[in-house]
Design a protein around this ligand. Structure first.
Ligand code: BES
Ligand code: MN
Ligand code: ZN
Length: 502
C-alpha cells in the first residue's frame, strides 16, 4: 500500500472513498467532518438526528455523495467516547476502515488523521497509527487462492492522509512511513506463519530470510547441520533427526553502531511443522502446527523493519529451524542429549521440542556476544490455558529488561503478561539421568519451560515471550488479522529502537 500525506481539504479531495470521523454523542459535527457535512447539505447531521450515526467506537457509515463533493462516497467513522479514545483506538479503527472499504472498484482512500491534536495526541503519532493500522488491516493471505473471487482480489493500494496545516506535513510523512515499515514487517511474519509446511520447510525459510537480508545493512548466515555438530548443538540436532529436511540455523546481523558483540539478540523458535515427534500429537487441530515457526518469522521480520529504520544499535536475530517429525531416526523419550553449553538434557517428551532448539539458539546468541536476549516462541499450550488470546506470556531473569520490553509492547498496542520465575520451579525439571529434563509435569507448564531456557542464558539479561496463545487469531479484530496475528513483531522492533544510542 502506498501511503502519502497531502495538504488540502478533505471535502475537496478526489478518492474512491473519503473518511471523516465523529465522537460518540456529538450532535453537530465540526472541523473536517463539519465541512463535509456542509458540502453534503447537512446529510451527516441528518443521519445523526435520525440516530443512524451515533459515533460509537468502530461504527462505520457509508454515505453516497451524488456529485456534491469530489469523492463518490464518504465514510463517517465512529471514534467512541472521548474518555476511551487513545492511540490504540486509532490503529484499530484504521485497520477496520480499510477492511470495510475493501471491495471491487475501491483502490484509493483519503482520510483525515483521526485523533490528531485531540487529548494530547501528536499529529505524528496519529499518522503513524493510521498507517500501521491501514497496512495491517489490508492484510490477506491469498497465495494459494485460485479462481476468480473478485471480492478476495480487491485491494486498496493508496491511502492519503489529508492535512490542512502545511507545517505539519513533513514530520507526518516520516511518521506514516515508520508505521508502514512496522506494519509491512508484521505482514511478512504473517505470510511466513500462514504458509503451509509443505511450502515452507527450514530450507524455504532460510531462502525467505535471505530475501530480507538482501538489505545492504544486513548480514546473513545459514548454518548447516555439519557445523551445528561441530559446535555441539546436540539439542537442536536431536529434534532435526526425525525429519528428512535438514535443519538450518538462521542468523541475521545488523550493525548500526559497529561496537563489539550485540546490544540485543532476538531468538525465535523455528519449528516449520510440529507433529510432536515420537510423542505424537492427536490429529485434531494438528494443522495449526504449521505456525510453530512464528517466533522465527517474528525475529526475521523484525530485522526487515530494523534495517529500514536503521537505529544506532547492534541487533542480532537467531532462528534455529527444523521440523519435528517422527522419522525412523527420531529421538526417543528417555534419550539424553547435550546442548552447545555442555548441559545434558533428558528428553522425556519429544513434543517439548521448542525448548530444545532454543537451548542451542540461546547459547549461540551468547557466543556471538549478545548483551541482552529476547526469545519468542510458540512454546506451550499451557500459556493459552492461562491467558487465552488476550495476552502473551513474559518470563524473565531481569526486571529492567522486562520493563523495557513491556513499554515497547504497550507502544505497539500489544499485551504481555508476566509470570513468576520462583526458584522453587527449578525442582520440577531436575533430571536423575541428566542435568535437566525437557518437561516439568502438569503444573506451571509455561514457567517450567522458561526455567528450562534459563539454563542456556546464564546471567545475560533475558526475556522469554511465550506467544503460543496469540500467534493464531480466531477472528479479525482491530489491527489483528484472522490466522497469523503478527503479535510481537512491532514490540520487538520498538525494543530494538530503544537500544539506539545518540
Ligand atoms: N508447539 C507446541 C506448543 C503449542 C501448542 C503452540 C498449541 C501453539 C498451540 C509445543 O512444541 C508443544 O508441543 N508443547 C507441549 C509441551 C509439553 C509436551 C511439555 C505442550 O504444550 O503440550
Ligand atoms: Mn511440540
Ligand atoms: Zn512446538
Amino acid at each position: 500500500m502506498d501511503i502519502s500525506v497531502a495538504q488540502g481539504d478533505i471535502s475537496k479531495t478526489e478518492a474512491d472513498i473519503v473518511i471523516v470521523n465523529l465522537f460518540e454523542g456529538v450532535k453537530t459535527p465540526s472541523g473536517a467532518t463539519g465541512a463535509v457535512d456542509q458540502a453534503l447539505e447537512g446529510a451527516i447531521s441528518h443521519l445523526i438526528e435520525l440516530g443512524d450515526i451515533r459515533g460509537k467506537a468502530g461504527e462505520l457509515t457509508i454515505i453516497h455523495t451524488f456529485g456534491k463533493i469530489a469523492a463518490p462516497r464518504v465514510v463517517v467513522a465512529g471514534l467512541g467516547k472521548t474518555e476511551d479514545f487513545d492511540i490504540h483506538s486509532i490503529r484499530n479503527l484504521s485497520a477496520e476502515i480499510i477492511r470495510s472499504c475493501r471491495k471491487p472498484g475501491v483502490t484509493n482512500v483519503a482520510s483525515i488523521t483521526h485523533g490528531a491534536g485531540i487529548g494530547g495526541l501528536s499529529p505524528d503519532s496519529c499518522a503513524q497509527a493510521m498507517a500501521e493500522g491501514a497496512v495491517l488491516g489490508a492484510y490477506q493471505f491469498l497465495r494459494h487462492k485460485t479462481g476468480s473471487d473478485e471480492d478476495a482480489k480487491a485491494a486498496i493500494t493508496q491511502l492519503t492522509l489529508v492535512e490542512q496545516d502545511n507545517t505539519k506535513i513533513e514530520s507526518m510523512v516520516n511518521a506514516a512511513e515508520r508505521g508502514r515499515v512496522l506494519a509491512e514487517a508484521t505482514n511478512l511474519a504473517r505470510d511466513l506463519a500462514n504458509e503451509p509446511a509443505n511450502h515452507l520447510n527450514p530450507t524455504d525459510l532460510a531462502a525467505r530470510a535471505a530475501g530480507v537480508a538482501s538489505a545492504p545493512n544486513l548480514e546473513l548466515e545459514v548454518m548447516e547441520e555439519k557445523e551445528m555438530e561441530e559446535k555441539g548443538m546436540g539439542a537442536l540436532l536431536s529434534v532435526a533427526r526425525g525429519s528428512v529436511q535438514p535443519a538450518k540455523l538462521i542468523r541475521i546481523s545488523y550493525k548500526g553502531r559497529g561496537a563489539e558483540g550485540y546490544d540485543l539478540a532476538l531468538v525465535g523458535k523455528g519449528i516449520t511443522f510440529d507433529t510432536g515427534g515420537i510423542s505424537i500429537k492427536p490429529a485434531q487441530g494438528m494443522e495449526a502446527m504449521k505456525a510453530d515457526m512464528t517466533g522465527a518469522a517474528s525475529v526475521i521480520a523484525a530485522m526487515q523493519a530494523i534495517a529500514a529504520l536503521a537505529p544506532n544499535a547492534d541487533i542480532l536475530a537467531i532462528a534455529p529451524c527444523t521440523e519435528n517429525m517422527p522419522g525412523g531416526n527420531a529421538s526417543r523419550p528417555g534419550d539424553v542429549v547435550a546442548a552447545m553449553n555442555g548441559k545434558t538434557i533428558e528428553i522425556l517428551n519429544t513434543d517439548a521440542e521448542g525448548r530444545l532448539v532454543l537451548a542451542d539458539g540461546l547459547c549461540y546468541a551468547r557466543e556471538l556476544g549478545a548483551r541482552h536476549i529476547v526469545d519468542v516462541a510458540t512454546l506451550t499450550g499451557a500459556i493459552s490455558v492461562a491467558l487465552g488470546e488476550q495476552a502473551y506470556g513474559l518470563m524473565t531473569n531481569d526486571d529492567s529488561l522486562a520493563k523495557r520490553f513491556e513499554s515497547a509492547a504497550e507502544a505497539a498496542g500489544e499485551r504481555s503478561w508476566r509470570l513468576p520465575m520462583f526458584k522453587e520451579y527449578d525442582d520440577q525439571i531436575k533430571s536423575t539421568v541428566g542435568e535437566i529434563k525437557n518437561t516439568g509435569g502438569r503444573g506451571a507448564g509455561s514457567i517450567t519451560a522458561a526455567k528450562f531456557l534459563e539454563h542456556f542464558v546464564d546471567t545475560t539479561p533475558w526475556v522469554h515471550l511465550d506467544i503460543a496463545g496469540v500467534d493464531m487469531a480466531s477472528k479479525d479484530k482491530g489491527w489483528i488479522s484472522k490466522g497469523a496475528s503478527g503479535q510481537a513483531v512491532r514490540a520487538l522492533v520498538n525494543l530494538a529502537l530503544d537500544f539506539a544510542v545518540d
